[in-house]
Design a protein around this ligand. Structure first.
Ligand code: HEC
Ligand code: HEC
Length: 157
């Protein structure tokens, strides 16, 4: 008798939870950032990257201190970055200019790019540290793509 009551209780609670779940199920239009059904082939508007040449662009504001600065110029002609060919270094690897007055057309990588952060030493090496070799791992160019979701973030400086 007791077992019967317990079993009925279990069956009822499972049935109840199924009903509740059916009501709160997330439909496919709200599952991701895409605003169309998963069965559609979306055709978002095309966007383009800046066409400004390196040396002819303006540096962009930094969203917060310490952020890798955004790339203000086009980079398609310098990609891909491979072990034998990293053209970003040709212009940005100017350790002697670090700490000097900024000059038109010069944008030296900062000191941090020459310090191996895996060790305890804060010493600056003569060479770019390997962990900083693939610049686009941290620095990104900008396009005119609209934000996927509303964003109320404000720049801090
Ligand atoms: C022909 C020289 C040249 C090449 C090659 C080049 N840059 Fe630049 N870059 C500059 C100059 C000069 C600036 C400063 C803005 C300007 O004058 O266009 C700059 C700006 C930047 C900035 C912003 C710096 C800041 O203080 O806000 C980043 C980040 C950057 N470049 C990354 C890259 C990466 C990554 C590559 C390779 C994919 C690259 N650059 C290739 C010359 C170059
Ligand atoms: C692991 C991430 C990372 C990689 C990889 C990286 N950077 Fe940076 N970079 C940063 C950060 C973070 C800053 C800003 C803070 C700082 O200066 O350390 C910065 C700053 C800069 C600046 C601005 C310097 C200044 O004085 O404000 C330039 C230019 C730059 N990087 C170029 C490059 C280039 C070119 C490469 C590739 C050879 C590269 N970075 C690779 C993270 C990275």
């Amino acid at each position: 008798m007791k077992t019967g009551i317990i079993l009925t209780g279990v069956v009822l609670s499972i049935a109840f939870s199924l009903v509740v779940n059916a009501d709160s199920a997330i439909d496919e239009l709200n599952m991701g950032l895409s605003q169309t059904s998963v069965f559609d082939t979306p055709t978002p508007e095309a966007f383009t990257y800046s066409t400004a040449k390196a040396g002819k662009s303006e540096v962009l504001p930094r969203a917060w201190p310490g952020i890798p600065p955004l790339i203000p110029h086009r980079i398609d002609e310098y990609l891909p970055i491979v072990a034998e060919d990293n053209q970003c270094r040709d212009c940005h690897e100017k350790p002697k200019l670090i700490g000097r007055e900024p000059r038109k057309g010069k944008s030296p990588m900062s000191r941090s790019h020459y310090v191996d952060q895996r060790g305890d030493s804060d010493e600056m090496s003569d060479e770019l540290v390997g962990a900083r070799f693939v610049c686009t791992q941290c620095h990104v160019p900008q396009s005119g793509a609209p934000a996927l979701v509303e964003n109320t973030f404000q720049l801090t400086d």
